[in-house]
Design a protein around this ligand. Structure first.
Ligand SMILES: Nc1nc2c(ncn2[C@@H]2O[C@H](COP(=O)(O)OP(=O)(O)OP(=O)(O)O)[C@@H](O)[C@H]2O)c(=O)[nH]1
Ligand SMILES: [Mg+2]
Length: 284
């Protein structure tokens, strides 16, 4: 018995894998020299420290960009994808994982990334929520080195009440925001672009003219675009950029960063999950 070769060739073409970024073959106009060097720079990220409150944070000098958004939006995963490190930031399918202000240095303690705890996690006890909200607010209001926010929203649930509040607040304080529509791999390309356009229009309507892009930690969509924005906010100068490679770019394989099976937070049974233990919730 022989297999028919012609047929298997056809079915292979029909079941094409998701689009992958190829740095040699297809030149994407979003991939500039600067963004490639910025990506290589971001890979230098190292954990600096976690602080439960503002006065315990690292010294407030230099440049800092913080990742904010609802719990489970994908902040920690985005930091891991961006820095090409599996477990730099702690990601989890259980919302409420990140519970402190986590600092990462980028080769230099004066240029930092910050992973913030998510807002809107229903299963956190009310008293805890108030304490955390206060600390987050303190950080956002008083942190002088904070050059801007990357605000993450799950592409399936954009512009929730708290997101809009955050955006309005940032706008009123002239704080720079770059919006990521995360988990873009959950939608096909057409529908994802449609959401992008709609959210752009809604932001414009609300007079919140922030930059916005699609992003996926799973298939690495939007890494270069985000790397450029980060570089710009964190004073990653052209001079500094020239110390970083142009060629050793991570291949977009999708399996070098842990992104586990995602559960949609807005499913009610998920909100009953409670993985907060006494040691997790310590706030000294
Ligand atoms: N499919 C898919 N899943 C993702 C992506 N990014 C994150 N996830 C999943 O979403 C869940 C939450 O991700 P986290 O990165 O922990 O989210 P977070 O915003 O840091 O959450 P908190 O720390 O609770 O505020 C995890 O199960 C991730 O694996 C993505 O781009 N695509
Ligand atoms: Mg997190």
């Amino acid at each position: 018995m022989h297999h028919s070769r012609g047929k298997s060739k056809n079915s292979k073409a029909a079941a094409q894998p998701r689009q992958k970024i190829s740095y040699e073959k297809k030149v994407d106009p979003a991939i500039t020299e600067y963004s490639v060097r910025a990506l290589n720079w971001l890979r230098k990220a190292e954990f600096l420290m976690s602080a439960p409150k503002l006065n315990l944070c690292v010294e407030d000098t230099g440049y800092e960009v913080a990742f904010a958004g609802r719990s489970n939006a994908g902040k920690s995963s985005a930091i891991n994808a961006l820095t090409n490190q599996k477990q730099l930031a702690r990601a989890s399918k259980k919302p409420g994982r990140t519970q402190m202000i986590n600092f990462f240095s980028l080769g230099n303690p004066e240029q930092r990334l910050v992973d913030l705890p998510g807002y809107g996690y229903a299963a956190v006890p009310e008293a805890m929520k108030i304490v955390w909200q206060k600390e987050l607010e303190n950080y956002l209001i008083h942190r002088k080195s904070l050059q801007g926010l990357v605000l993450l929203m799950d592409i399936r649930h954009p512009l929730q009440h708290f997101d809009v509040m955050m955006l309005e607040w940032a706008y009123s304080r002239k704080l720079f925001v770059h919006v990521l529509l995360t988990k873009s791999d959950k939608l096909n390309r057409g529908p994802a672009n449609k959401v992008l356009l709609e959210v752009k229009q809604q932001l414009k309507k609300m007079k919140l003219d922030f930059s916005i892009q699609l992003f996926s930690s799973l298939n690495k969509q939007g890494l270069e675009e985000l790397a450029s924005v980060m570089g710009g906010r964190l004073n990653f100068t052209l001079e500094q950029a020239h110390q970083f490679d142009l060629d050793s770019i991570p291949e977009a394989t999708g399996d070098d960063v842990d992104v586990d099976v995602d559960v949609d937070v807005d499913q009610p049974e998920f909100l009953e999950t409670d993985d907060l233990t006494a040691s997790d919730t310590e706030t000294k």
